[in-house]
Design a protein around this ligand. Sequence first.
Ligand code: TYD
Length: 140
Amino acid sequence: MRKSSVYDCNVIPLSKVHNRAGNITIVEGENNVPFQVKRIYYLYDIPSGEVRGGHAHKILYQLVIATSGSFDVQLDDGVNKRIVRLNRPDFGLLIVPGIWRELFEFSSGSVCLVLASTKYDEADYIRDYSEYQLYKGKLL
Ligand code: TYD
């Protein structure tokens, strides 16, 4: 996915079962999201003004959900940038491989849930922006 674009990343509506006792949202791998979910993690207790992310992945697909509160995700494919605000637990942002992302503007008490297509593998990360540009073929 060297050539993936920010426009390959979409906000996906998730199912929502509503009744007077509250709501439930269900996410099923390969059904609501176009990958098998191998790992789940969540960011919480994020101090005001903090920025998370600042990396890209080579093969990892992710679905990012603001299960509580709100935050912004900046997507960057080396050419185009998009900022997506997430503030609803029944929508998820699909991030395809090869996209540099930063998460910021976390509201107090927000929780960022991430469903991921592979187990943790540091070798899948590109954490240096110059290296990322090389990977995308921008400096070749
Ligand atoms: P990182 O993915 O860089 O966090 P973020 O993008 O939210 O800023 O991960 C932060 C640290 O946590 C890093 O040292 C690796 C570790 N980590 C794991 O050990 N397993 C995981 O599944 C994840 C997502 C991170």
